[in-house]
Design a protein around this ligand. Sequence first.
Ligand code: PMP
Length: 424
Amino acid sequence: MSDLHDIDKKLIWHPFTSLVSEIEPILIQSAEGIYLTTDDGRKIIDAVSSWWVNIHGHSNPFIADAIAAQAKKLEHVIFAGFTHEPAITLAKNLISILPSNQAKIFFSDNGSTAVEVGLKMAYQFWYNQGIEKKKIVAIDGSYHGDTVGAMSVGERSPFTNAFSPLLFDVEFIDFPSADKEDYVVEQFKDIARQKNVGVFIFEPLVQGAAGMRMYSPAVLDRLIQIAQETNIICVADEVFTGFGRTGKLFASHYLKNKPDIIAVSKGITGGTMALGVTSCSDKIVKAFESSDVLKTFFHGHSYTANPIACAAANASFDLLMRDDCQQNIRHISSQHDNFKQKIKSHKTVKEVRNIGTIIAIELASQAGTSYFNDIRKKIYPFFLERNILLRPLGNVIYILPPYVIKEKELDAVYRCVEMFLESL
Ligand code: PMP
């Protein structure tokens, strides 16, 4: 097996990883349910759902069968001028659970592309009507992906420094934390009054990469209402929050006011295949329904609506809608609630935040929430040595397990977190 490590080191460039990193990647041979199995037989609990994608556990046999059957029937076909049943069924499935104003589905490959598509749709919505509304507004601390457009609407940070000159101008409003809601609403009102604002993009209720920062549905409803009153298109990035993560099928279901465009990915295939989807309302569609060919949405990827990915997503959808899955989500949520009560007053804890299947424990560290916070170097190995995969965001430890995790298994993760807090 060390051969594999050598070849990996020589040939592969891993994401978010220094090329002179001393740490060898862990070789995973197989995975089942919540467990990753290494080449030397260790079983590691995947308490972060492999970058938040896995919802039904690893190597889920129901999804695996759907993938295998589809691969033998139709693996791929160009999606311009052609269509297929898995994509049609998926569109129907998604429209049945997305907010009721969503009318059409556009396919891409991942979260960043789903966001890019959303931004381009919103931007061209105004262009097609000959209206000058070119300013985009986003929320401070946001993360929307790593492609240039998605980076532009995200927080400027050491991650984006090298590309600063390439990123387009975006106006950021402050993060609407509980103590700042009225201020941010006024701030947004001021910006929205400028006639050139066309798009408002946000991660509804939870900013994942910023350290699982959470804000209220009530303030987001107020912001969307202002956007609607001032004719600004709202793009909800539900790449992370979609498919049950926040306790409801989509975070947008906590809202009274519905976004015009929604980007999803991650949990869509249960974490098995790369797929992105951007949905939009009839209002958006109408701006593109034109005999003028120049009003077409000229965007597409080679693997658009890949049938195997769509089949995986349909199988994942069937599992998600089952009572046992919805019950698991509720159970994890209430277990998180109880754990929060237990540890929130611990001397090393600054704050515990939770919604649905997500819980985040912010440590009372001097260095703040930066990704480069040194405490991160302590947290990650502490848990791995105990066979739990937790990938902290700076001084924020978060747990967001696949929904199939059992009560005892989640308790074991909590116990390990308590041990860590005691060790500080
Ligand atoms: N939007 C949000 C809210 C995300 O959390 C992420 C990924 N963490 C993305 C977009 C980008 O998704 P991907 O990594 O699939 O490109």
